[in-house]
Ligand binder design. Structure first.
Ligand code: IPE
Ligand code: IPE
Ligand code: MG
Length: 244
């Protein structure tokens, strides 16, 4: 594996956490926090486009989020449907390619159709790939990739599994951000985050603005990515002064 240049992350992944607390602190229903979360995502997408980020992957609804109260789950589904109608035309104009990553079979037929329709509007765009992980879990992805290979009778290797995963269309994330103060991965990108730089922000997702994104990118730029090598191996070879 080659040493990626650290200065600018090509692929940023975000666990957009803290919508519920944002709302509760304002004595609002949790869904108001999720609505504000959509605004924050719009701002973040624009900021990533402006900063030349190639891929943005966001965690919007996890395999485990079905365990929430029925009202919140149905509210989130409705919000996703409305956000698609409202946001996709502008995303298409802005050169964003939209991809949904997750288990489609668990979604209603209406939602599956809406996701397919939205993806069909942006396939040729190249400015930013926006992966929205929806009904997604890292364990689901590893298991579905293994099942796919087994069904085809193909050998299971690191390379074949990687290629069979739902995120195979993009390189692995360089920087993984989690907002909302929790320091856990919550079943996000278990395979792909093997060498991602982790960044935890105490800001709640609706408050995560351009300045907060820039702080995360600056923190990333100061990291040394070693991929198992030593620090000395990372340094460019110095000319030998005796041979100068
Ligand atoms: C993240 O915000 C959004 C989803 C999981 C859909 P939360 O809803 O988890 O917000 P908190 O963690 O309760 O504040
Ligand atoms: C992770 O947040 C999932 C999303 C942001 C979509 P959660 O709020 O569901 O994670 P836990 O339950 O606190 O680990
Ligand atoms: Mg949460």
């Amino acid at each position: 594996m080659s040493t990626a240049p650290t200065a600018r992350p090509h692929h940023i992944a975000i666990v957009m956490d803290g919508n519920g607390r944002w709302a509760t602190r304002r004595f609002l229903p949790r869904l108001a926090g999720h609505r504000q979360g959509v605004e924050s995502l719009r701002r973040c997408v624009r900021a990533c486009v402006a900063r030349g980020v190639g891929v943005l992957t966001v965690f919007a609804f996890s395999s485990e989020n079905w365990n929430r109260p029925h009202d919140e789950v149905s509210g989130l589904m409705e919000l996703m449907g409305k956000a698609l109608v409202r946001e996709v035309p502008q995303l298409a104009k802005d050169g964003v390619r939209l991809c949904f990553v997750g288990e489609r079979a668990g979604l209603s037929a209406g939602m599956r159709g809406a996701l397919e329709q939205a993806e069909a509007l942006t396939p040729a765009n190249t400015r930013l790939t926006l992966n929205v992980c929806f009904n997604y879990g890292g364990r689901w992805d590893i298991a579905q990739a293994a099942a796919k290979l087994a069904a085809r009778g193909e050998p299971i290797t690191e390379a074949s599994l990687h290629a069979a995963m739902a995120m195979a269309h993009v390189p692995d994330p360089d920087l993984l951000i989690r907002t909302g103060g929790e320091k856990r991965i919550s079943n996000f990108l278990l395979w792909q985050a093997a060498y991602a730089e982790l960044y935890f922000s105490d800001r709640l997702w609706p408050d995560f603005d351009e300045a907060a994104l820039d702080e995360a990118i600056a923190d990333y730029a100061a990291r040394e990515r070693r991929f198992g090598r030593t620090s000395e191996q990372q340094q460019p070879a110095q000319p030998d002064p005796l041979c100068a």
